[in-house]
Design a protein. Structure first.
Length: 58
């Protein structure tokens, strides 16, 4: 026989799992320190400057 489950509790558990997955994703995207953000911005600026230096003028 199948195990009897409470659908209300199952729905709440599914919602909690979805919220936890979203929270984990947000921690990855937005959970950086100010130093990490500044470092990434500096690296991007340096890469953009390097690429712009190699462009041909028409």
């Amino acid at each position: 026989m199948a195990e009897i489950i409470n659908l209300r509790n199952a729905r709440k558990q599914k919602a909690r799992a979805g919220k936890e997955a979203q929270a984990e994703q947000n921690r990855i995207l937005f959970g950086r320190t100010k130093t990490e953000k500044l470092k990434q911005a500096a690296e991007k600026a340096q890469a953009d400057k390097h690429i712009d230096g190699h462009k041909r003028e028409e």
